[in-house]
Design a binder for this molecule. Structure first.
Ligand code: CUA
Length: 407
């Protein structure tokens, strides 16, 4: 008896000791590591998708509690009623008791049917035929994202696409079609609902939504290589009118033509042609900029780079205008352009400091650009801006940030 008590209090102590560890682990998993704005919110009730999952869980948990109480009651009742000291004779045998056996089969069958009905009902609600919904095509690559709007062809040609930052309307279902250009990735932006594997040559469509305007965090949820943890994105939910304005501006957008002789103009020339004499590959061979001949698809679309506030697929964020001009942010962009595979392991973007980097297991030597040339390209990239009224970041609350504030 004594040992039992001892063992139990030991178990309780272990559970008490484990709780803070579990809490810390949970917090680490849910908040990311470096910056506060990268926290993920699971169970955001502003999303119909999440509400459906929540209520299905509540019903399943309620059913489990009823079963638990029923089984516990039956157990204690039996133990109490048929104690050995009350009954000298062996207990009655019930082999061949048809009534009891029927009940013991029927009850679990009913429970399984109830749970199946709940699950099937939710599955039907979460996978409607997406015909009315706004459509967004999601392409995952090592280690970045492209978000295209297949129903919106830009005036300059090609489908409107933004790298690493996705806009969507609030209070409306959005049909995402997810695929991958290389290995298996995972699309996971819990505030808008659900998670889907992004698989090469497979296209999967499902609907997500959120009623509340805001910037939400998205992460790759499938271990996909060296920079799996650096494969992040933002989902920016905008109220319908603002969404329409932004998408219309994206449709009409043509990259601004740099003034002759400016840093932007020099940057644009390097962007388009590279520098053959030093082996520096042209950015345009991998990136698209709407309204220019740059139409590369091996890297993220850079059409609206100057409006974006994240860099390197969410490795750096909160890149506001004020911060871009600050030495640190400018330094990050400079380092990114110069030594991408150094600052982001596994990045396939070439090095421009002449150093070596790995492409598919092979060592490749990068080209060389001077620091001034790198800064010229940075200046050009920062000039790629949507008009003010289409800046989807401006005034949009960043959810998950402790101050809930805008950037
Ligand atoms: Cu892509 Cu992990």
């Amino acid at each position: 008896m004594n040992t039992t008590t001892h063992r139990h209090s030991g178990t309780r102590r272990r559970v008490r000791q484990a709780l803070p560890i579990a809490a810390i682990l949970g917090a680490t998993l849910l908040t990311g590591c470096q910056q506060v704005n990268q926290s993920l919110t699971i169970g955001d009730m502003a999303s119909a998708y999440n509400r459906e999952i929540f209520w299905m869980s509540i019903w399943a948990i309620a059913l489990s509690i009823i079963i638990f109480i029923g089984v516990s009651y039956a157990l204690f009742y039996t133990v109490q009623k048929f104690r050995e000291d009350k009954h000298d004779a062996p207990p009655a045998q019930f082999h061949g008791n048809n009534k009891l056996e029927t009940i013991l089969v029927a009850v679990p069958v009913v429970i399984v049917i109830l749970l199946s009905v709940l699950a099937v009902k939710s599955m039907a609600a979460l996978n409607p035929t997406p015909n009315q919904a706004t459509k967004v095509d999601v392409l995952a690559r090592q280690f970045w994202w492209n978000f295209s709007y297949p129903e919106t062809t830009s005036d300059a040609g090609g489908v409107v696409t933004n790298g690493n930052e996705m806009i969507m309307p609030t209070k409306e279902a959005v049909a995402l079609t997810v695929t991958s250009g290389d290995v298996i990735h995972g699309f996971w932006a819990p505030n808008i609902g659900g998670q889907r594997a992004a698989m090469p040559s497979v296209k999967k469509t499902w609907q997500v939504d959120n009623d509340r305007a805001g910037v939400y965090q998205g992460n790759c949820s499938q271990l996909c290589g060296a920079s799996h943890a650096n494969m992040r994105y933002k989902v920016v939910a905008l109220d319908q009118e603002r969404y329409n304005t932004t998408l219309a501006a994206m449709k009409a957008y043509r990259a601004p033509e740099p003034a002759p002789g400016s840093a932007e103009a020099r940057g644009f020339a390097l962007f388009m042609q590279g520098k053959a004499s030093t082996g520096a590959v042209a950015c345009a061979s991998c990136h698209r900029v709407q309204g220019t001949p740059a139409a590369g698809v091996a890297g993220p679309d850079l059409s609206f780079f100057g409006t974006r506030r994240t860099l390197g697929a969410g490795m750096w964020e909160a890149m506001t205008d004020a911060q871009w001009t600050d030495a640190k942010a400018a330094g990050e962009l400079h380092a990114w352009l110069k030594q991408s595979p150094v600052v982001k392991p596994g990045s396939l973007m070439p090095r421009y400091d002449g150093g070596e980097y790995m492409v598919q297991g092979k060592k490749v030597k990068g080209g060389t650009l001077t620091d001034t040339e790198i800064d010229d390209i940075a200046a050009y990239l920062r000039s790629l801006k949507l008009p003010e009224e289409a800046d989807y970041w401006k005034g949009t609350p960043v959810h998950g940030a402790p101050d809930g504030g805008t950037q």
